[in-house]
Design a protein around this ligand. Structure first.
Ligand SMILES: *Cc1c(COP(=O)(O)O)cnc(C)c1O
Length: 230
């Protein structure tokens, strides 16, 4: 089942790349495995998946310990500062940086472990009340501040688009995040590279790819529906 789903997602990614005139290797699929058992992650791993996304610190570190070392772990969920220390050195990238307090904590904990942590800035493009992330007009001043941190590397932007019936309704959201990344590039800020755009989930990753996504975060489309019931 996971194998077939992965093949289906792969076909759709390729088709979206073709429609957009992009190369397949410009887009990386992150398999979002939150709430799923380690056995499901093994199955995906055995079919070649090496990028996994999790949104809870404890779950991420448990799975990190249980699975092979050649996996890249992506922290995609809201992160509390008191938990940062548990994932530094383990995660390839933190997608959800949206406050100076969080950035300072990542800087401090990365310095302790003598590493540089790659981060994305989470942007609430749609300005939904219920969502985390900076507003578009807050992003450049924020990037200018954290660009000076030695143990953080800003690599790009991330957004979680609203849940919509028709994925076309999110096209403008993705286009606006892409546009923001172009505006940041024009500023030529030292130590800042915004080439990564993490956008698109099961419902809308094809549209996101057409609008420039370089990382797509697909959960349900690979592993099936999540059960939060227990
Ligand atoms: C759960 C989650 C996803 C994956 O969602 P699906 O709709 O299951 O693909 C992607 N990004 C974030 C931040 C998530 O929390």
């Amino acid at each position: 089942m996971i194998k077939e789903q992965l093949e289906e997602v792969e076909r759709k990614i390729q088709a979206a790349c073709e429609r957009a005139g992009r190369k397949r290797d410009e887009v990386t699929l992150i398999a979002v495995s939150k709430t799923k058992p380690v056995s499901d992650l093994w199955e995906a791993y055995n079919h070649g998946v090496r990028f996994f996304g999790e949104n809870k610190v404890q779950e991420l570190t448990e799975k990190y310990d249980a699975l092979p070392g050649d996996i890249q772990w992506h922290m995609i969920g809201h992160l509390q500062t008191n938990k940062v220390k548990y994932i530094i050195g383990k995660v390839a990238m933190i997608h959800s940086v949206d406050s100076l307090k969080l950035a300072k904590t990542i800087e401090k904990e990365s310095a302790k472990k003598n590493c540089v942590t790659q981060i994305l800035i989470e942007v609430n493009v749609a300005e939904e009340e219920s969502k985390f992330g900076l507003k578009i007009n807050e992003v450049i001043p924020f990037v200018e501040k954290i660009a000076l941190f030695d143990h953080i590397k800003v690599c790009g932007l991330m957004t979680i688009a609203p849940f919509v019936e028709n994925p076309e309704d999110n096209r403008l959201i993705f286009a606006n995040l892409q546009k923001l990344s172009v505006d940041i590039k024009k500023k030529n800020i030292d130590n800042v590279n915004v080439s990564i755009l993490s956008m698109g989930m099961t419902n809308d990753y094809e549209v996101a790819i057409e609008e420039g996504a370089t990382l797509v975060r697909v959960g349900t489309g690979i592993f099936g529906a999540r059960n939060y019931g227990i």
